[in-house]
Design a protein around this ligand. Structure first.
Ligand code: S3P
Length: 437
């Protein structure tokens, strides 16, 4: 992957596309298949650095796997031989690279093992808060030390041991925290409950159920009895709607565009971006074709329109949190104001995405007001091509490649685009589908 992408303005985005497998589901598939009681065939695993790191970590913990198809740019088909819940001590530190999901979910599993382990990550991950998983895991009896340069951050030194079941009321709507507690709870003797302040992505619950673990959700409370055996299952991973989001916004924001995205995940805890874009004036039709593995999958047709600004509602935020940078670009291309508040979680993503999104929008001539928990974008000011940076954040890099496609004039250069490989290794090839005349 190149470290710079240059884009020239285009008229619109039409055609048909499939995006690579879902990142959240790929992490969970590697972990749950690895813990299961037999062989699992996993198809369409995302071949991104983040997910491959989680798979490798499971390998270091004694899970054997084989890549039966694919490379770093092609969907991976895997055969994972589950360890029946019995992992072995790793010889080296486990490197989660850039991935908060990988680190936080693995920490849940490792806290409950009868061996010690160390989780490390890159510079960005080593600056992200781990206290949010340490608090509930320590309530369960886990022993975790952070030995990072920044207090409360990785490396995580985990002294594994026996855990108790707890009821945990999460202070933030975080699927990573919920999943870390549930994964730790799998190794605890009685019922683990997580109370979430708002509905957020439920892939762990769905996938645990698919692997034969009884998990129930009633309103905002998730309950699971510990010490259940995960049954080996084959799984097909749907395309990632967070990757599709870049093309959905590109097509939505230009009248005359018509785009069909096939084979994409349509889990309702991930599709809030479609509701927002409909409100803004795009025509979007989604159709569920399949529900294999407990995850709805299907197609999205987008017909572009003259977008109008909107307010993103508080309850929508957790269900579009990774789409905020590209929705901010949609806001800049729309007429009127787009308000994104209640989103202070953006400050602790791969970068402070409030700051990096606003900095780049302003560099392109956008009008944006910053708030501690979000931003208000006043659309209708044409964007101009500019030199912008990713700051090492994959979603910032991709969002501003799309912004550059719709600048009124001039080339946009995005510097630092190799990070895109953490979630969407074929992004640049897909970009060329629309830019090569
Ligand atoms: C993820 C949860 C979200 C999301 C991240 C992936 C997951 O983070 O932003 O990209 O797979 O569980 P939080 O749990 O911090 O909200």
């Amino acid at each position: 992957m190149n470290d710079t992408i240059k884009v020239e303005p285009i008229r619109g985005v039409s055609g048909e596309l499939e995006v690579p497998g879902d990142k959240s589901i790929s992490h969970r598939a590697a972990i749950l298949a690895g813990l299961s009681d037999g062989q699992c065939r996993i198809e369409n695993f995302l071949p991104s650095e983040d997910c491959v790191n989680t798979l490798r970590a499971m390998g270091q913990l004694g899970v054997s796997y084989e890549v039966t198809r694919g490379t770093h740019e092609k969907p991976l088909d895997l055969l994972i031989q589950g360890c029946g819940g019995v992992l072995s001590a790793p010889e080296h530190d486990l490197d989660c690279g850039n991935s908060g999901t990988g680190m936080r979910l693995l920490a849940g599993v490792l806290a409950a093992q009868n061996f010690d382990s160390v989780l490390i990550g890159d510079e960005s991950l080593s600056g992200r808060p781990m206290g949010r998983i340490m608090t509930p895991l320590e309530m369960m009896g886990a022993k975790i030390q952070t030995r990072g340069v920044k207090p409360g951050c990785a490396p995580l030194h985990i002294s594994g041991g026996t855990l108790e079941s707890i009821t945990y009321e999460m202070p933030m709507a975080s699927a990573q925290v919920k999943s870390a507690v549930l994964l730790a709870g799998l190794f605890s003797p009685s019922i683990t409950k997580v109370i979430q302040p708002a509905i957020n992505r439920d892939h762990s619950e769905r996938l645990l159920n698919y692997f034969g673990v009884q998990v129930t959700t009633e309103g905002n409370v998730i309950s699971m009895k510990g010490r259940q055996i995960l049954k080996a299952r084959d799984l097909y991973i749907p395309g990632d709607i967070s990757s599709a989001a870049f093309w959905i916004v590109a097509a939505a924001s230009r009248p005359g565009s018509r785009l069909l995205i096939k084979n994409v995940g349509l889990n309702p805890t991930r599709t809030a971006i479609l509701d927002v874009l409909r409100r803004m004036g795009a025509q979007i039709h989604e159709e569920v074709v399949d529900e294999d593995g407990g995850e709805p999958r299907g197609q999205i047709e987008v017909i572009g329109g003259e977008l109008q600004g909107t307010e993103i509602l508080k309850h929508e935020v957790p269900n579009l949190i990774d789409e905020v940078p590209i929705l901010a670009v949609a806001g800049a291309l729309a007429k009127g104001q787009t308000t994104i508040r209640n989103a202070s979680e953006l400050r602790v993503k791969e970068t402070d995405r409030i700051e990096t999104t606003i900095g780049n929008l302003r560099a392109m001539g956008g009008e944006v007001e910053e708030f501690e928990d979000g931003m208000v974008i006043t659309g209708g000011h044409p964007l101009s091509g500019a030199a912008v940076r990713s700051f090492g954040d994959h979603r910032i890099a991709m969002a501003f490649a799309i912004a550059g496609l719709f600048a009124r004039q001039g080339e946009t250069t995005i510097e630092g685009t190799s990070c895109i490989a953490t979630s969407y290794p074929t992004f640049e090839q897909h970009l060329q589908l629309f830019t090569k005349s």
